[in-house]
Every structure is written in C-alpha cells, then in structure tokens.
Design a protein around this ligand. Structure first.
Ligand code: IVH
Length: 661
C-alpha cells in the first residue's frame, strides 16, 4: 500500500509536470516504468485499486449514451463586445451599479473550445458535465477522465481541497493535435473536423472513452462554481496550485483603460499560441462585487467577452484543382486570387472533399470567403451567392484520375474518391514526398517540386531510390546547381540516422501517425521487432488500437513493401533506436538542455548535433545538466541553471563548442 501510494503521487506529479506545466522532470520511459509497476501491484492487490488511481483514466466498457447531469449552479455564458467603445460602456454599467467604487478587472484569454463543469468531492473527481442549456448538461465523466491535464485527484501539497469544488473551464484541442487528427482522418478517407473546437466537441462526445483518450484534449480552468475565493484572481491561483492548467497570461488591472493594451497584445500573439483563442474575457475581480452585479438571463453583468474579428478574407476562386494523395485519394482544392489573411498571402485553400463542394455549392469563378482553421491551410468556408458570375456551372467531381486518367471510384462508407490504378504515378511520388517531409525523415531541400521532377525523370520510384541518387543525377535536372545537389545528397545521407520513430512514420503506413510511431518505437526499439510483433503485442500498447495493428501487419505482408524495407536496410538506414555513442565523441556524456526561442537551429537539429557528438539532451535542468543553451526569452530553466551553477551558452557559443561556429 505504501509503495502504491508513493507511485501514484510520483505519477500524478509527472502528469502535472508534463501535461499542465509542459516541463517533464522524468523521461517517458521512466514514467512508463512507474505506471507499469503500479498496474502490476494493483493487479496483484485488486482491493487496493481506487478510481482516482492514474491507472484508471480509461476504464470500463463504453457507455450506451450520455446521461443528463444537473449543474449545481448554472453555467453562465458571456455577453460579447466587438469594440473598445462597447468595453467602456460595460465598465460604465459596472461602476454605475457599484455606485462609483473602484473596480479591478481580470483579463484572460477566451479559449475556443467547449465549457465543462468538473465536480471534485473531497479532492476526487466524481462527475464531469458539458454546459448543455446551462442548467442541465451531459454527463461526460468517463471521457473527461481520459484528459491527462485534468487531475483525477487534486494536488494537495499547497492547497487543501474543499469538501466540494466545482471547477469550470474549457476543453480544447491544441492546434498540433487538430492537424494530426485531420491528417489521420484524411488518410483513412474520412471527413476531417472544420476547426479545433468542433474536433474537441466531437472527441468529448465519443461513446468509447478509449477513442477520446487518443485525441490529445486539453483543459483550461477559468472559474469555480462552488468553492471560489474572495477574488477571481485568487481562485485562478488556487486552481493552478491544485493541478489545473490555468491560462498563464491572466492579468489583474485596476481600471478598464489598462485592459486595452492587453487585448491588443493577445490579438498580436494569437497566431503564435498553440491553441485557438477567439477573444479576451474581462471579469470583475472582487467576488462580493460580482454578487452585487448579478446576471441578466444567461450572462453575468460582471464579465464580458471581447471578441476578435473573425480571421476571414474574401477573394475570387479561379479554379478547382485536383490532387492525388499518397493513398490514392483525389481531393479538390481552390486556386485563388492571392489575398492577405492573418499575416500571410493565400493563393490556395482546401475544399476538403467533393461532398463539401456540393453541399456548399462552390463553383469556379465564385467570390468566396476563406478562413484559417488553426494555423494550418486555409479553407473555403462559404460562397457569396449574390456575386456569382453569370454562367458559373455547378461543379461535378471528375470521373478520371487527373494524373493517370484511370477511373475514379468511391469506397463504401467513405467520403473520399480514389484513383483505381494501383500503379498511378502520383502514389509513388506522394509517398516519397511524405517520406522526406519535416515530421518524417526531414530531408531539407527535397521539396515537392524537386521530388516531382526526379520521379518524372524516372530517377525515383520509391523512397529507397533516394539513397542511391547521385549528385550528377540531381544537378542534371533543370534549375539544380551543383551546390544544391551536394547539399541535398548530404541531407539524404544524414537522414539515415533519424531514428526509428521517424522512419516508421515516414513509411506512411495507414493509421500510423507520428504519435503511434513514437509509441511503437519506444516499446519495440527496432523495426524488425515491430514487424515481427503480433496483433496482441501491438494493441497492448497505450493508445494503440486494432486498426493500427491490422494496418502494420497487412502493410508488411505486401511484397513490394517488404522489398522496400530490405532496400532501405541495404542503404544503411538505422533500424534501431539508441545508436551507440561514439567513444571519442566531442561531447561524450555531456547533458544539454535547450531553452528559449532558438534562432540558429531548431530543437531537433540541436539534439541531432549533440547526439552526433556523443552528448545527450534533456528537457529539464538538474544537477546532472552539463550545459544550458539559452535562446531569446529564456525563463525558468535559465534561472534554474544559474541557481545550480550550470554552464550557460549562447547559440553561437554552442556552435563554437562543436567547431561549427
Ligand atoms: S467565463 C460567468 N472565461 O466562452 C463565467 N469563459 O462565450 C462564464 N470561455 O461559455 C464563463 N474562455 O465556454 C470564461 N477565460 C474564460 C473563457 C470562457 C472561454 C467560453 C466559455 C463560455 C463562453 C462564452
């Protein structure tokens, strides 16, 4: 029991450090080992299992539906303001009711997700519900339990939990997770989600919590229904100490004028955040004043949402073009008259699939509204019917592949259209484009255009051909100088050491996304072991389901794929992780931590340089850290390095140390 208690506390700490603070203090492998040990002990002593144990995030069978959940106090909504004048009017109303007393406000980001109430009884999560109509929502406890940044038991080191706490906040999906999810859906011939908010809502309403668990949802706490403190800012502080993610940037201001620059600041930084915000919320800080102000209908009089203008632009859709993906899916995209949107010039937007084009009745020549969902490719959201040019015809999906003219077919139960030719030249090319892409083998200089030229020239048929390409082959191609050919061959050679997870992802096996590839690599450590594994071995891994296992097994059984693997092996690619450290490495054994905004290289590049020289990287600073490399705006880690007397290097000094300065 003592060991179980200690393990649970350690695991909770790590989940908090990892998912809430984004500052892990142990490696994934160490975390896995602790969790495995706890699982084993709980299996041996089932009487010691408790619902708040970290092993119990995904438990039990799928529910037949969601029951109704009545809220303890209503979940209110917010009135909107779209201009500073409206904010001033809000402030005047507030001060009017309060008889001219001074009013402090809290300014915080408005997270674009969906509201939830989490009930904790004596520190343990007992119920989670969506907003519903504000009085009654849906009971989504089983799904909420899978969100790793939500504590199943409150951290009580610095804060004693009240008997009853009703935490209110927003469930959201980070943009990166949204992009990955939509990519996976697209690969599976399914419809993607329109934006991270819909993806979060869809993920929370899954009947099978195991599916929700794979969706990488997050939660920002922004209020307490029951158990709040005398000041809102204190409530936020309390929630943070109890283990919740609370928006880091909340600020207390002493009058409404001070809120304006903060709003501007959020508007300017919004694209750089890892999650969507659609505005800023301004709340009266003093709970007693909030009480006196009360609410009108569903909106409190003590808070207001300042909404950012939607990031939309209007332009002409010149042409609907078709692209064949690496799985043979044919997708339509819009070629646009270039237009500025959220800081970049857009000339292409996605149309998702042919059903989407038909539903929205999008035609060539139309004036369309485009919008950026997350920070990814923009999409066409609607047509301005009133500006349709005369003679614009409804769009009909093609019946022949734009690349090879083979018949296009629609598969049962999928929205996607596929090219029916298994040898369509687009497939080979797109697979290679995926193989060399940044999250995969990250071969710099191998852009889609160049890969296209090489495949057209017959120099590349599959990814293994990359490794036998000669410099002359490349430089002979139009517009490729000797220097860039040399860089490219060097980048290709360097990619042989990218590690197992990237290689596995690069192979483009259906359902094996970046995350699944990492999990598989971490567990099996060699490619051969992955391909030798049986279905049960694979599905035993966390967050890996039957679809992934089936897909890996069937991929390997295709002779052409088996042959590709052998040719990659012959080319000298590393199929196993943790390559031996070169004995005479320059940085042998030294542990590096990188922090702040790096400008001379990316974190991945830095890690590769360190490892190539025999060093190691870590994500947090400790006594074991040899060097901290600090970029711009370095914060906590830099301070910690100073306090521990760890050597601190600038990016330039780091390069100099490696002899690359
Ligand atoms: S406060 C009375 N704070 O925006 C308190 N809401 O448009 C009501 N939201 O239903 C909510 N971020 O789902 C609050 N920092 C934040 C928020 C926030 C996002 C959502 C929430 C609410 C909706 C109203």
């Amino acid at each position: 029991m003592k060991e179980i208690d200690a393990l649970r506390a350690q695991i909770r700490r790590q989940e908090y450090n990892y998912y809430v603070l984004d500052r892990p203090e142990m490696s994934d492998a160490e975390y896995d080992a602790l969790l495995e040990r706890l699982k084993k002990l709980e299996a041996e002593h089932p009487e010691l299992k408790t619902p708040d144990s970290p092993t119990q995030r995904v438990g039990g069978a799928a529910a037949p539906g969601f029951g109704a959940a009545q809220h303890i106090t209503p979940l209110l909504s917010l009135a909107n303001a779209f201009s500073l004048e409206e904010l001033t009017a809000f402030d005047a109303r507030v001060r009017g009711v309060l008889g001219g007393e001074p009013v402090e406000y809290v300014v915080e980001p408005k997270i674009d997700g969906l509201a939830c109430s989490l009930i904790y009884e004596n520190g343990v999560l007992t119920r989670a519900a969506t907003r519903g109509d504000g009085l009654t929502g849906e009971n989504v406890t089983a799904n909420i339990r899978t969100v790793r940044s939500i504590p199943l038991r409150l951290l009580e080191e610095k804060e004693t939990a009240p008997a009853l706490l009703d935490v209110r906040g927003e469930v959201y999906m980070p943009r990166g997770a949204f992009t990955r999810l939509n990519q996976e859906k697209e690969d599976a011939g399914e419809n993607g989600f329109a934006n991270p908010r819909n993806a979060a809502a869809g993920s929370l309403r899954q009947l099978d919590p195991a599916v929700t668990a794979r969706r990488e949802l997050g939660f920002f706490a922004y209020a307490a229904g029951t158990g709040a403190r005398a000041y809102h800012s204190e409530t936020l502080g309390m929630l943070a100490r109890m283990g919740f993610q609370v928006s880091a940037g909340y600020k207390v201001v002493s009058n409404i004028e001070e809120a304006a620059p903060l709003i501007e600041d959020y508007a300017a930084r919004r694209q750089k955040l890892s999650f969507d915000i659609d505005g800023v919320v301004i709340k009266v800080n003093d709970a007693a004043q909030q009480e006196r102000l009360g609410a009108t209908g569903k909106d409190p009089r003590w808070a207001i949402a300042y909404k950012f203008p939607a990031e939309e632009a209007q332009t002409r859709l010149k042409k609907i073009i078709l692209r064949v993906g690496r799985t043979g899916v044919v997708t339509p995209a819009a070629e646009l008259d270039p237009v500025k949107l959220a800081g970049s010039t857009i000339s292409r937007a996605t149309l998702h699939n042919f059903d989407y084009v038909a539903q929205k009745d999008i035609r060539e020549g139309d004036m369309v509204i485009i919008h950026k969902a997350g920070d990814i490719i923009p999409e066409v959201v609607r047509v301005r019917q009133e500006e349709r040019p005369p003679g614009a015809l409804p769009y009909s999906p093609p019946d022949a592949c734009p690349e090879c003219a083979a018949r296009i077919e629609r598969r049962e139960g999928e929205v996607a259209f596929y090219c029916s030719n298994p040898h369509c030249p687009a497939l080979g090319r797109e697979k290679i484009i995926h193989f060399v892409s940044r999250p995969a083998m990250d071969i710099e200089g191998a852009g889609p255009r160049l890969i296209g030229a090489l495949t057209d020239a017959g120099l590349l048929r599959d990814a293994a051909d990359l490794y036998v390409l000669k410099r002359e082959d490349i430089s002979r191609l139009e517009r490729q100088g000797d220097k860039s050919a040399e860089n490219l061959t060097a980048a290709i050679a360097a990619s042989k050491e990218r590690g197992l997870a990237r290689l596995l992802f690069a192979l483009g096996i259906r359902h094996v996304g970046e995350k699944a590839a990492k999990t598989l690599a971490r567990h099996f450590s060699t490619l051969d072991r992955i391909f030798a594994a049986g279905e049960e071995d694979i599905t035993a891994l966390p967050d890996i389901g039957g679809k992934v296992a089936e897909s890996i097994i069937s991929w390997r059984s295709v002779p052409a794929n088996a042959e590709l693997i052998e040719r990659l092996r012959a080319a000298g690619l590393t199929f196993a992780d943790s390559p031996p450290v070169p004995a005479d490495g320059l940085l042998k054994g030294a542990v590096f931590v990188f922090t702040g905004a790096l400008e001379r290289f990316t974190r991945d590049e830095a890690a590769a340089m360190v490892e190539a020289a025999g060093g190691q990287t870590a994500s947090s600073v400790s006594k074991k850290t040899g060097y901290v490399v600090a970029g711009k705006d370095a914060g906590g880690k830099l301070e910690k390095a100073r306090s521990l007397d760890v050597r601190i290097l600038s990016e330039e000094e780091f390069l100099a140390l490696l002899g690359k300065g």
